[in-house]
Ligand binder design. Sequence first.
Ligand code: ADP
Length: 137
Amino acid sequence: METTLILFKPDAIEKRIVGTVLQRFEEAGFSIRGTRMLQLTRELLDEHYAHIADKPFFPEIVEFMSKTPVIALALAGDDAINRVRDLLGPTDSTKAPAGTIRGDFGETVMMNICHASDSPEAAAAEIKRFFREGDVI
Ligand code: ADP
């Protein structure tokens, strides 16, 4: 059993598809352990995207991720980290197959609907980063 951290990005919020995507996660057998809506600060974004801070597209990501509040979701289930990333599809929505969340709803490499943790270490750090004490059951 693993818990992973998902962020519904501003494109998911603006398209009003959070419920549709969440339904896919629930139908795949995952359980909600915590939710929180928050406006990402520059400080949080610098921390979360530290691994791509040197990329030319970084300022664009900061602008995009700050456009609306995001919804953080802690989701639990067997092999949740890998299986949720499989449900999302590859980072670049234009290369994501139909039937994946990014393939069906994403538009570009940047506007790709959801973030999801990529390792148990990242999941633990990201749950701490986006939730407050007691938010995750
Ligand atoms: P993932 O979110 O799939 O783990 P990364 O950690 O590599 O992917 O990238 C973080 C986010 O940065 C991506 O989800 C995407 O929104 C954005 N991104 C990645 N590569 C690019 C790119 N070449 N151009 C614009 N945005 C990008």
